[in-house]
Design a protein around this ligand. Structure first.
Ligand SMILES: Nc1ncnc2c1ncn2[C@@H]1O[C@H](COP(=O)(O)OP(=O)(O)OP(=O)(O)O)[C@@H](O)[C@H]1O
Ligand SMILES: [Mg+2]
Length: 160
């Protein structure tokens, strides 16, 4: 199911992410796509909060590709911005992290490693509209567990 949402603030983006967090299950991969500053890391902070990981801990250090945070489930935060090809991502073990995760994987700049992603990944695309407004398009698998996400995000639905 594809849902088009509108966020007007970082807090909106975090709330949308926390709502998705309520539907997640171990092994889920969330593939984030969007320009610099579109809100990918902000979204990851919201996923982290749903796993009781303080948002301040979830950052994107310049030279770190993958970070694991301890939460209710482990959160594997992968940011492949500095890599050029999926092959480079394999060299640093991104495929192994995706295959072995016992928790949730969030991948920033996921389009760069498309061939490594499970086909049932949850897709989230961010478009910068203006100032603090972002269009956030979420594509979830057709599974009942995502109903809670859809219920909790109705107020963010794009109109028209
Ligand atoms: N509605 C919004 N949702 C999320 N971030 C917003 C929003 N409006 C403004 N911002 C600002 O946009 C920036 C988003 O930063 P963030 O690090 O989450 O982006 P990113 O997509 O991870 O960027 P990068 O590609 O550099 O990793 C922050 O400075 C935040 O304050
Ligand atoms: Mg980021």
């Amino acid at each position: 199911m594809i849902t088009e949402l509108v966020s007007n603030s970082t807090e909106d983006t975090m709330e949308i992410a926390r709502s998705l967090g309520k539907a997640l299950a171990p092994g889920d991969v969330i593939a984030l796509t969007g320009d610099l500053g579109a809100g990918k890391t902000c979204f990851c902070k919201g996923i982290g909060e749903s796993l009781r990981i303080p948002a301040a801990r979830v950052v994107s250090p310049t030279f770190t590709i993958a970070t694991e945070y301890e939460g209710v489930l482990p959160l594997n935060h992968i940011d492949v911005y500095r890599l050029d090809t999926a092959m480079e991502a394999v060299e640093v073990g991104v495929d192994e992290i995706l295959a072995a995760t016992k928790g949730i994987c969030v991948v920033e700049w996921a389009e760069k490693v498309e061939e490594l992603l499970p086909t049932d990944s949850i897709r989230v695309t961010f478009v910068i509209c203006c100032d603090d407004r972002r269009k956030i398009v979420v594509s979830t698998p057709e599974q009942d567990r995502f109903a809670v996400f859809h219920e909790l995000t109705t107020r963010f639905l794009a109109r028209g």
